[in-house]
Design a protein around this ligand. Sequence first.
Ligand code: ATP
Ligand code: MG
Length: 176
Amino acid sequence: LSRRQRQMCIRDRYKKGGVEIDEYISRCMSNLSLDLETRKIDFLYRNDVEKGTCLYIDEEKIKRVFYNVIGNAYKYIDKDLGMIFLHIEDAGKMVWVRITDNGSGIEKDELPLIFERFYRTDSSRNSKTGGTGLGLAIAKKIIEDHGGQIYAESEKGKGTKISFSLPKKVDEKKKI
Ligand code: ATP
Ligand code: MG
């Protein structure tokens, strides 16, 4: 396929539209929060983006990103008192979504590899947590197809922070 044809395919695959951030997050979290509550994982949410700001995204696809990233935070928490913090930050045309957990953390040398297809760290391969190692590769693909970026920071034993950026919907009134 030519570059142009490839871009057409990507455009067809995503049904992008505008959605208000807070409303969207609470919709994404409505199923997840039950799981977290049952496992006694504290969930904290903080939105530092101006009220009423809208995202321009494929809601279903980005929901999958939330599920994959928060699903990992949930799966790799090894403390009695689990904690997941979801933080939304303003970055001009984009917003940053940051998801921090107090789980097992990831070794420094393995950190660059976790977004690769089928990659699972030594410790997760040796643990009872199942998985195919595709969750973050899928998340990365979806984020990049939205023009965003995704990366991880982590400290072994302490926890992990996954950050990804999402495009804002351009306000037509402000465009003049
Ligand atoms: P799948 O998501 O396909 O069920 P998976 O969770 O193993 O499988 P990814 O979500 O792609 O795969 O994550 C890749 C690897 O990165 C995981 O196997 C795990 O070793 C590590 N990892 C990802 N997120 C975290 C986290 N929050 N804490 C600790 N390790 C993590
Ligand atoms: Mg996963």
